[in-house]
Design a protein around this ligand. Structure first.
Ligand SMILES: N[C@@H](CCC(=O)N[C@@H](CS)C(=O)NCC(=O)O)C(=O)O
Length: 178
């Protein structure tokens, strides 16, 4: 049984859980809730970065990060089950990078609030990250055909980014760009 270190709110861990489901591998994976803030959690021994998701193989090897894990699941599920082959591969991987980047920029804003005292928070830095999210959502709306084609790593990543924005930024209005 493979072990997936995960947490319900993590967009990157969610991407892996959905990918495992799409590739028909959920039965082979035990999802273990992990506290990235707990120094005693085994995660830090398995992934020195202390980040989830991490996937533990039967021989104890740890795979991270989510892109590597999805690549591994694609290999287990049969090449092309998550990452298209041929020419379609690169747009799908780029779409994954866009989804992951949105989640990352959103996460950095959340961490700014979680890790810095209120008087140390940097409004310029928060705006820099919020602009990335805004631009990327506009780009996705204008250029991506989501929901009409096959599910792959790119569509999954965008879905997880949108889910994370709903979770952490629900009700926020997209900022006006110049
Ligand atoms: N690029 C990584 C990002 C993983 C990541 O940032 N995970 C967050 C949770 S969503 C985390 O573990 N944060 C804890 C920390 O940074 O200490 C991936 O795709 O797996």
């Amino acid at each position: 049984m493979l072990i997936l270190r995960s947490a319900p709110a993590s967009p990157f861990a969610r991407k892996v859980r959905i990918a495992a489901n799409v590739a028909g591998l959920s039965d082979r994976i035990s999802v273990v809730e992990t506290d990235t803030n707990d120094p005693a959690d085994p995660l830090r021994r398995e992934n020195p970065l202390g980040k989830i998701p991490a996937l533990l193989l039967d021989d104890g090897t740890a795979l991270y990060d989510s892109r590597v894990i999805v690549d591994y699941l694609d290999h287990l599920g049969g090449s092309g089950s998550l990452i298209p082959t041929g020419e379609a591969r690169f747009p799908a991987l780029t779409q994954q990078a866009l989804g992951d980047g949105i989640a990352e920029a959103a996460l950095l804003q959340v961490y700014e609030g979680r890790w810095r005292a209120a008087d140390k928070r940097d409004a310029g830095w928060l705006a820099h990250q919020a602009d990335k999210v805004d631009r990327s959502l506009r780009h996705a709306e204008a250029h991506l055909t989501l929901g009409n084609g096959p599910i792959h790593v790119g569509t999954i990543a965008i879905a997880c980014a949108l889910g994370y924005l709903d979770l952490r930024f629900a009700g926020c209005v997209a900022r006006e760009l110049p």
